[in-house]
Design a binder for this molecule. Structure first.
Ligand code: DOR
Ligand code: ZN
Length: 480
């Protein structure tokens, strides 16, 4: 418990009373005082004076808003699937208060010009705070530093093909990119699947006439992830670049990450509700709706991922919110269905339902959904925790009120969710972003443009093998 109301000079606009305030290490009955954008005090119940806005959280838990390290909001270029307004409205309605948005838009976010365009679109429309990923690809290695200067939150490298058909960079370009990011302390998220194995398998399977839903999985066996995770870890360890493994979906490759962490490699790992809770039986039931990269796997992988979360090998829960329209996901030929589905609005109710089912406790939930991603992206404790000085990003949840997920009720433009009909046992009753209520009782009440870029401060860079980088051998040869 802390107290930011030292000398009466702090103004309090809003008080949240009678709730249970949750952090990664505690759940306490406490009141929360908010002044402007930030939390100014978390106190014992009943001691705060009346504020202009009083929120009664009786019977509810008060959680830090989720920080989602992996969303695709599609704009610019694919606005029929999603835009910044609808994507961030979905986030707000799902208790997510900060998102990190991926660069496979059109144009991809691989140049300063493309970044500026996306920054303007986001600033005008966002309901929640955000970071924007830059792309690391074959042809933009010379742009990485200007992207950093222009304000990207981190980078994304598509080692394997997915929506947007951005070609995987060569190993040479990827390593050179990592050398540059290492110098700046930036983190690179990788889509870790081996492009060559998957392309060859898909081609052979299509030629052989296989186009059923499970063909997609057969084209992307676990070895694709084992190889790509291993390669990404090797490059990160050699260069000192910070690494983030997107959407871990299989038991295989976890041993590589466990070992890398034990050696001190700065690698963080996310998984998503779909990999924890769904398997090939759901793929058979749902077909193209569940086509996603990496694929949903056979029963058993989910258990291993839960275990890895509990062991600390997986650090966080993200969503890979990847909206598409029905006509883009309904072809009987699986190869003609776009990959991915929306998830940013359903993550919290689904995962809190798992809390009620005893698969994790609520403190672990806020660690994995809020504190850990905020830490990985250099915005903790501004984000990811409710304490004096933090941004007042809050989800108030009723752990005793359930519902049924209805695709027509979600705020994404994409209604193609595999969670339609899923029974939840918890409900988000209010979401606040920097002190302002953006969702109340399921209704979006925020104002577009309220969301802001999240300030980040990554730890000191720790580059390694600097005398062997491209920069050392080409740009600054000895004697110059
Ligand atoms: O299934 C996916 N869809 N996986 C990804 O990694 C990208 C995403 C998208 O952008 O649609
Ligand atoms: Zn993604």
């Amino acid at each position: 418990m802390d107290d930011g109301l030292e000398d009466g000079t702090v103004t309090v606009d809003t008080v949240i009373r009678n709730g249970k305030v949750v952090s990664p290490s505690s759940t306490v009955e406490a009141d929360v005082a908010i002044g402007g954008d930030v939390v100014v005090a978390v106190t014992a119940p009943g001691v705060l004076p009346e504020a202009a806005a009083e929120i009664d959280a009786s019977g509810c838990y008060v959680l830090p808003g989720a920080v989602d390290s992996h969303v695709h909001f599609r704009e610019p270029g694919y606005e029929h699937k999603e835009d910044w307004e609808t994507g961030t409205a979905a986030a707000a309605c799902g208790g997510t208060t900060t998102v990190f948005e991926m660069p496979n838009t059109d144009p991809p976010t691989g140049s300063v010009e493309a970044l500026r365009l996306k920054q303007e679109l986001a600033a005008a429309q966002a309901h929640v705070d955000y970071g924007i990923y830059g792309l690391l690809d074959e042809n933009n290695i010379d742009d990485l530093e200007s992207l950093i200067e222009a304000g990207v939150s981190g980078f994304k490298c598509f080692m394997g093909n997915t929506f947007g058909d951005l070609p995987a960079p060569s190993d040479g370009a990827m390593l050179e990119g990592f050398e540059i990011l290492a110098r700046h302390g930036y983190r690179c998220t990788v889509h870790a699947e081996n492009a060559s194995i998957m392309a060859r398998r898909q081609q052979r399977m299509e030629a052989a006439g296989r186009s059923d839903a499970l063909a997609h999985l057969a084209a992307r066996p676990e070895i694709c992830a084992v190889e790509a995770v291993g390669r990404a870890v090797a490059f990160a360890e050699w260069t000192g670049a910070r690494l983030h493994i997107a959407h871990k979906s299989s038991a295989d490759a976890l041993y590589i990450l466990r070992d890398a962490k034990a050696r001190g490699v700065d690698v963080t790992v996310e998984t998503c509700p779909q990999y924890l809770l769904l398997d090939t039986r759901d793929v058979e039931r749902l077909g193209g709706v569940l086509r996603v990269n990496p694929p949903i796997r056979e029963p058993g992988h989910g258990e291993a991922l839960w275990q890895a979360l509990h062991d600390g090998v997986i650090d966080m829960i993200a969503t890979d919110h990847a909206p598409h329209q029905p006509y883009e996901k309904s072809d009987s030929n699986i190869w003609r269905c776009d990959c991915g589905f929306p998830g940013v609005e359903t993550q919290m109710p689904i995962m809190l339902t798992q809390v009620n089912a005893g698969r994790l406790d609520i403190n672990q939930y806020v660690r994995w959904s809020a504190a850990a991603p905020a830490l990985a992206w250099g915005c903790y404790p501004r984000k990811g925790v409710i304490q004096s000085g933090s941004d007042a990003d809050i989800a108030i949840v009723d752990m005793g009120r359930g519902g049924i997920i209805d695709r027509e009720a979600i705020h994404s433009k994409s209604k193609m969710t595999p969670w339609h009909g899923f029974e939840t046992t918890a409900t988000i009753v209010r979401t606040m972003v920097r002190g302002r209520t953006v969702m109340e009782n399921g209704r979006l009440v925020g104002e577009r443009g309220w969301g802001r870029p999240v300030p980040q401060s990554m730890p000191e860079p720790r580059p390694r093998n600097e005398n062997k980088t491209m920069d050392a051998i080409v740009r600054k040869p000895p004697g110059f």
